[in-house]
Design a protein around this ligand. Structure first.
Ligand code: KIV
Ligand code: ZN
Length: 498
């Protein structure tokens, strides 16, 4: 019988730490349910002590999800563990994930401590967490840069203290694949009692080696992998779930199975990307727009003769269905509901009616409605509680003339109007907004992304605005790219704390 690899998904914790990717509780539940359908074994639902929002999300996800283990992150601090245990009270299967930095730089600069004292703190945290739950995972933060001999002492001590899983994070994404694999093997060969715990990988992608390191860890004995959908995560991100799942599926020489239903990979990827407003790079392995697009003549010729010439994965195996019905203005509610269901989005009749209404408006402007369009429409009511709303916008622009924008804003029920000129239509429109919202704010980043192809497409705009020493992230989606830009700008302003 083949070995089983446990999939620990941290999209809602490490992934969600990405600035601008924060989800509200309802959205997190939606992702958690989709992860359950995908077949992940463990869902890291948050870091409960870090904010009331995270605490509440762990509670609600625990209620909503049935069979995966729900995990909550803590530092090796009693208060964190108390709060995590409280947040997990409704989980059917629960795990506390506690830990501390073990590399010399963490010990010296972060904790101003000693190696011996760190072992004591690690052991105390695991024992304390075991008072609440039977399943305790310990992470040795920056294990990637921790000397193997000392790491083995830490791992041995925490297993003795009751850790059921030991996580070996390459927190900075520094390790080479062979080096990371050797680290896992070293622990398996040198830690007394290692058979009482599962070793987990947790790799970051700073040097583009997260997936390679994870697989190297698995080949050397790790039996849990910590991953995120689309590889999202702080800085260059974490190991991508879809890459690990498909590597194991494609390489029959590796006799290790996961519980992942690979046909749910693509819809899950789209859902996470859409809810987090985080575009997937077109050439991203497995889920990128170009992942299965053969453009060179030689490749196209080969694929037409036999797909196996250049294709190692059948797109259908990851849930990409080329024959999927394209929705148009003539599609009914049932077709829309079915497509939403395939994309993992369930909604009540009232919301469906509203999305259908928006769908018809969009279908009037654009011939074919894509999955991305539908996901944008499904998430459109994220702005309903905004106190500043764009009422109308008119721009004139062209070659040899200065652009002019006039617009109306509704601020908490009051109507304001303004007009401005600029060196382009977006510049003019943003100046007009600034004349109404008189704050010292600076546009730091501005990305326009067409969702698929065609001049009638919906454009997505991501913006970062700095205000009062803080960075705010905004999003807008519209077939009119100037309107999408203004919506994204207003989305940032609506998030200002004062
Ligand atoms: O990268 C890391 O070290 C982590 C730990 C908190 C598990 O995310
Ligand atoms: Zn991490």
């Amino acid at each position: 019988m083949s070995d089983r690899l446990f999939i620990f998904d941290t999209t809602l914790r490490d992934g969600e730490q990405v600035p601008g990717c924060q989800l509200n509780t309802v959205e997190k539940i939606q992702v958690a349910k989709q992860l359950e359908a995908l077949g992940v074994d463990v869902i890291e639902a948050g870091f409960p002590v870090s904010s009331p929002g995270d605490f509440n999300s762990v509670i609600e996800i625990s209620k909503a999800v049935t069979w995966p283990t729900i995990c909550a992150l803590t530092r090796a601090v009693q208060k964190d563990i108390d709060v995590a245990a409280e947040a997990l009270k409704f989980a059917k299967h629960k795990r506390i994930h506690t830990g501390i930095g073990t590399s010399d730089s963490h010990i010296k600069y972060k904790f101003n401590s000693t190696r011996e004292e760190i072992i004591e703190r690690a052991v105390a945290a695991v024992k304390y967490a075991r008072r609440y739950v039977d399943d305790v995972e310990f992470y040795a933060e920056d294990a990637g840069r921790t000397e193997n001999e000392y790491l083995a002492r830490v791992v041995e001590a925490v297993i003795k203290a009751g850790a059921t899983v030991v996580n070996i994070p390459d927190t900075t994404g520094y390790c080479l694949p062979a080096e990371y694999g050797e680290k896992i093997k070293y622990l398996i060969d040198h830690v007394d009692g290692i058979d009482k715990a599962i070793i987990s990988t947790h790799c970051h992608n700073d040097l583009g080696m997260a997936t390679a390191n994870t697989i190297s860890g698995v080949l050397n004995g790790a039996r849990q992998v910590e991953v995120t959908i689309n590889g999202i995560g702080e800085r260059a991100g974490n190991t991508a779930l879809e890459e690990v799942a498909m590597i194991l599926r494609c390489h029959h020489s590796i006799d290790i199975d996961t519980n992942i239903n690979t046909q749910k990979i693509y819809p899950t990827s789209r859902m996470v990307s859409s809810l987090m407003n985080m575009p997937v790079q077109p050439n991203k392995a497995i889920v990128g727009r170009n992942a299965f697009a053969h453009s060179s003549g030689i490749h196209q010729d080969g694929v037409l003769k036999n797909v196996q010439t250049y294709e190692i994965i059948n797109p259908k195996d990851v849930g990409i269905d080329d024959n999927a019905i394209v929705l148009t203005a003539r599609s009914g509610r049932a077709a829309l509901k079915h497509r939403l269901h395939i994309l993992g989005v369930e909604m009540g009749q009232e919301k469906l009616d509203k999305v259908y209404e928006d769908f018809l408006k969009l279908a009037d402007k654009k011939k074919d409605i894509t999955d991305d369009d539908i996901l944008v429409l499904a998430g459109a009511d994220r702005n309903v509680n905004h106190h500043i709303k764009l009422e109308y916008l008119q721009v004139t622009s062209g070659v040899g003339v200065r652009s002019v924008a006039s617009l109306g804003l509704n601020i908490s029920g009051e109507h304001f109007e303004s007009a401005a000129t600029g060196n382009g239509p977006v510049d003019a429109a943003i100046k007009a907004v600034k004349q109404i919202i008189k704050r010292q704010m600076t546009l730091k980043e501005f990305t326009i992304q067409a969702i698929s192809k065609g001049s009638d497409d919906v454009g997505k705009v991501h913006m970062q605005v700095e205000y009062d020493g803080q960075m705010y992230y905004g999003f807008g989606a519209n077939t009119d790219i100037i309107a999408a830009s203004v919506e994204a700008y207003i989305d940032c302003i609506n998030k200002f704390k004062k």
